[in-house]
Every structure is written in structure tokens, then in C-alpha cells.
Write a protein that binds this ligand. Structure first.
Ligand code: SF4
Length: 302
């Protein structure tokens, strides 16, 4: 069973073989693809993620090379789209070999979810091997704010990596978390992403994993709404796993980012009563369920 803060159905997808993953996506009207999820140690120390399962992964718990190759070899007929994710897949010792195996296995394109720290040195090579999109988090507009979240100096590497990816012809997708400590930079980050990489920022809500001081890090829902509302509507970030009562742009997020953030358990709260968006809403991350306010309906007011 997954941890309580994770969604059981999404867990089935993440742990599934390619045929299971394809069926899971098809059932939900999502495009055909499969995911290669690599479990290994990450070099960053993001406060919401760093723990025994991500910082120091013993060799015996790392995704074996054979399992990665088997996942590629099991590509369902007709599926040419591969997503790669995990803790930090680019640091898996077998990542280069696995990436070289992608095209021979029959995949045409790779969408890579990475922290971006190693993009600058590798973007051109990865593009040649099939990477068409990188999905990268950026937590602020300066080293102090980004690195404060990431736990290690990485802002300059990530920005250089995104530049290199764009120069190599890779589509760049940038997302951030709505955090109490960086909410005042949201508009500037949105402007940076739009101006520098000609793309739309994605935003997600923090989930409470019980491993950090959630109340100290998560802004009130109303503050997140206000920060997004302050950005003109046409320029707003797109929401990743967020409910319609958070004012974001309706464009869908990158599929692998959407799936990653769908892994958080969602719920409805008392404020959802009478919400006009409820039929198209999957809920909000559990920790925020008590704060949402119905859209256009008779829900409670705060
Ligand atoms: S149903 Fe609840 S979580 Fe969904 S949009 Fe409405 S108020 Fe927000």
C-alpha cells in the first residue's frame, strides 16, 4: 500500500508494467504512453522530499538495470511516447545506457522529469537520443530562494540547463510549488519563465507528507488564490493537480508532471458544497480541503 498521502490508483500506474500503464491511461482518456520510473539517490535536498528513500538509496533498492531494460522492451504495440521520472533519474548509474536503449526499443520521444541540475552538460546529447521535453522545477527567481528550497546550490545550474535544453531544441516545461516562503516571487518567476523560455509556468500545491512543518511552509489557500489572481488572466500559470477554485490557466500541464502531482491524495471539504465546478473537480490535496471555497455556489464563506 502507498503512504496515506498518496493516491492508491496512481500508485497502480507508477508500479505497473507498460501494458498496465497503457490501460490505466486509456481508461482515463489520457494519451498512450508508458513511464520508466527510476529509483535511486538524488543529490538535492528539497525539504518536502529529502528523506531516507531519496537521499541515500542502498544499491539493493535502486532500480536494477535489467528492470529498466525490461520496462523498455515491454513497450506495447503502437506506443511511441516514453516518460522518464523517478527520484532523480539522470543520476541513476544506468541512465545513459537506458536512454540509449529507448529508440532501439521503438520509442520515438522521451519526456524527462528531472531537477535540471545536469541538463547544461547533457542537453544536446539527450536531445539526440530522443528527449523532446524536460519538466523541471524552479522554486524562485534567485539562488537564495531556489536553493533554500532545493537544499543545495543549484539555481545557476538549473537556469543554465534550461537555456541549454531550449538551445538544443528540447521543449522546456518549468513548474514550481506554491510555498509560503516564495509566494511573493510568484509573479516574477512567472515573468522569467515566460520571457526567457517562452513557456508557461506550472504551479502545484504543497502536500503534507508528515515529514516537514507543513503549516510553516504552505501558504493559506486564500493567499495562493490572491497571488495567482494578481497575475493577469491570460498570463497565469497552468495548474498541476490543482482544483478549479485555484485560478490558473486552463491549458493542460505536461502529462508526466500531471501524473506525478496526481499521486497526492485529494479530498473535498465543507467549502465544496454547492460548488459549480464540482463535477469537473477531482478535489484538492487533503491538507487544504478545509480551506477551499465553492465557486459560484452556496458554499460557506470564510
Ligand atoms: S469542488 Fe471544492 S476543491 Fe473543487 S473547485 Fe469546488 S471548492 Fe474547489
Amino acid at each position: 500500500m502507498p503512504p496515506a498521502h498518496e493516491d492508491v490508483a496512481l500508485h497502480t500506474f507508477l508500479r505497473g508494467d507498460p501494458a498496465t500503464q497503457l490501460a490505466w491511461l486509456t481508461e482515463r482518456g489520457l494519451p498512450p504512453a508508458t513511464l520508466l520510473a527510476l529509483h535511486n539517490a538524488c543529490a538535492q535536498r528539497c525539504f518536502f522530499c529529502a528523506g531516507p528513500g531519496t537521499v541515500s538509496v542502498p544499491d539493493r533498492e535502486r532500480t536494477p538495470r535489467a528492470a529498466g531494460l525490461a520496462q523498455l522492451a515491454a513497450r506495447p504495440e503502437g506506443v511511441t511516447r516514453l516518460m522518464i521520472g523517478g527520484n532523480e533519474p539522470t543520476l541513476h548509474p544506468d541512465f545513459p545506457e537506458l536512454l540509449r536503449a529507448v529508440r532501439p526499443a521503438g520509442f520515438a520521444t522521451v519526456e524527462l522529469m528531472t531537477n535540471g541540475a545536469d541538463l547544461a552538460a547533457n542537453a544536446a546529447e539527450w536531445a539526440a537520443l530522443g528527449v523532446v521535453e524536460v519538466i523541471v522545477p524552479l522554486y524562485g527567481v534567485a539562488p537564495a530562494s531556489h536553493d533554500g528550497v532545493a537544499g543545495v546550490p543549484s539555481f545557476d545550474h538549473v537556469v543554465a540547463g534550461l537555456d541549454a535544453a531550449a538551445a538544443a531544441g528540447i521543449r522546456v516545461s518549468v513548474h514550481t510549488l506554491l510555498l509560503r516562503r516564495t509566494l511573493n516571487e510568484l509573479a516574477a518567476l512567472n515573468d522569467l519563465v515566460r520571457a526567457r523560455w517562452r513557456t508557461r509556468l506550472g504551479v502545484a500545491l504543497l502536500r503534507d507528507k508528515g515529514s516537514f512543518a507543513f503549516a510553516a511552509e504552505a501558504p493559506p489557500f486564500a493567499a495562493a488564490v490572491a497571488a495567482l489572481t494578481a497575475i493577469r488572466e491570460a498570463a497565469r500559470p497552468l495548474g498541476i493537480g490543482t482544483p478549479p477554485c485555484l485560478p490558473t490557466h486552463p491549458e493542460p500541464p505536461p502529462l508526466v508532471a500531471d501524473l506525478y502531482f496526481r499521486s497526492q491524495a485529494l479530498a473535498f471539504g465543507p467549502g465544496c458544497d454547492g460548488c459549480t465546478a464540482r463535477e469537473r473537480c477531482a478535489g484538492v490535496v487533503v491538507a487544504y480541503a478545509g480551506e477551499v471555497v465553492a465557486l459560484g455556489g452556496a458554499g460557506r464563506t470564510r
